[in-house]
Design a protein around this ligand. Structure first.
Ligand SMILES: *Cc1c(COP(=O)(O)O)cnc(C)c1O
Length: 402
């Protein structure tokens, strides 16, 4: 390809955000608790909860903050053990440590999803589960919930990259006790930074609201309508919890709210782009693109695929050849200090865990951004560049049409 496609550039923020931002700048009303009611952050929470079909939402400064508050709000004992997948972003084990808990890693398979055998084997030794739907790949939530419910273990869903994903008719993020989403720039909704948690659990959200920084009686501004269960929960926890001040600003809320009406279109476009590139790659002998699980309707803004029959040197050469053709390929386990390779999480207590399946997957799993704004033609250019890169470094005969 002659001109490399910039897959990292952001999209303009919808025009609708401007008038609201001007209004906020003119009034200086940027703090969520200044207005007596209906601040942009409170409106975002109401709209997001309604769109997701959840009873409560709390908007905060990042998904990591949402994960941290969720863990703290579960009221786990100090040093509680939290099962997480061995393939996720370093912020996830970090949030577990930040919450005073100990991450326990389980294996992830070649399809980027939790290995249910290893998951079941490790469940007996943990106090909670944090399922990270890495890159929007949904682990088997039916199996996970059945196992966790049987043991009374709470499940947090890290849905940072799963906004718009449906699992057997249910929205990802609404299946566990609490679901957390990100509005960081590389996610489906871009506010630079931001996050939100959703739950039906009044006690959990009351604790999270207070710890997020609702000091004194600011929790009252989280009540859109009388809610006796929620008011009782706030009364129960008043003055009994630390304030971590992880609030979201009204400016960020204005930027997020303007994008909510676009989510459905972005999900559709992202899925079409992904499936188009996946079909082209899967037809070639060098790539395998894991399929969606039955009943999983994804909302991707990137594609992951595994290299087939390539050794380490060929894998590196493939990434180089793709870069020379204008497509940046991240092989999770190959780039130095990659934040998604568990052996680089050296802040974890103890030895680097032994996860041979996850390690083998990370050494051949490739990651290419496919922003939802790309046209079909641009997707075809990316697929063609990847195919040409593989062809350039292998002796395999062409096994697909020209
Ligand atoms: C981006 C991401 C996070 C962290 O989100 P922040 O809002 O940047 O804290 C956590 N988990 C996954 C799977 C992510 O993709």
């Amino acid at each position: 390809m002659t001109q490399p496609l910039d897959v990292h550039a952001a999209e303009p923020i919808p025009e609708a955000a401007r008038a609201e931002i001007d209004r906020l700048l003119a009034s200086g009303d940027l703090f969520r608790y200044t207005a007596p009611q209906d601040a942009p952050v409170a409106l975002l929470e109401r709209e997001f909860a309604a769109a997701m079909g959840a009873r409560h939402a709390l908007a905060v400064s990042s998904c990591s903050a949402a994960l941290f508050l969720s863990l703290r709000a579960l009221d786990l004992p100090q040093g509680a053990r939290v099962l997480i997948p061995g393939f996720t972003f370093a912020a996830v084990p970090s949030s577990v440590i930040h919450a005073g808990c100990v991450p326990v890693l389980c294996e992830v398979g070649e399809d980027y999803r939790i290995d249910m055998g290893d998951f079941a084997a490790k469940l007996g030794d943990v106090d909670a589960v944090l399922v990270s739907h890495m890159r929007g790949h949904t682990s088997d939530m039916d199996a996970i919930m059945a196992l966790c419910d049987a043991r009374g273990l709470p499940v947090i869903e890290d849905a940072a990259h799963s906004l718009g994903t449906i699992w057997r008719g249910r929205r990802i993020g609404t299946i566990g006790r609490v679901g957390c989403f990100s509005f960081q720039s590389y996610k489906l909704v871009n506010a630079g930074e931001g996050g939100i948690l959703i739950t039906d659990d009044a006690d959990l959200v009351a604790r999270a609201v207070i710890m997020s920084g609702a000091y004194e009686h600011n929790w009252a501004k989280h009540l859109a309508a009388p809610d006796p269960a929620l008011e009782a929960a706030f009364a129960r926890w008043q003055n009994r919890l630390p304030l971590y001040n992880l609030r979201l600003s009204n400016l960020s809320a204005a930027i997020i709210r303007a994008q909510l009406p676009e989510i459905a279109d972005r999900v559709r476009a992202g899925r079409a782009n992904h499936d188009r590139v996946a079909a082209a790659l899967d037809a070639a002998p060098w790539f395998s693109v894991p399929e969606a699980l039955p009943g999983e309707e994804r909302a991707p803004d990137s594609i992951q695929f595994n290299l087939v029959g390539m050794d380490d040197a060929e894998t590196r050469a493939f990434a180089r050849e793709a870069a020379a053709r204008g497509v940046k390929v991240q092989v999770f386990g190959m780039s130095a200090d990659n934040a998604r390779a568990f052996w680089n999480w050296q802040f974890l207590p103890g030895e680097v865990p032994d996860l041979p399946r996850t390690r083998a997957m990370l050494m051949r799993a490739c990651d290419v951004r496919l922003p939802t704004r790309l046209t079909g033609e641009e997707c075809d250019m990316i697929a063609a560049a990847l195919l040409a890169a593989a062809e350039a470094i292998t002796d395999a005969p062409r096994a697909y049409g020209t």
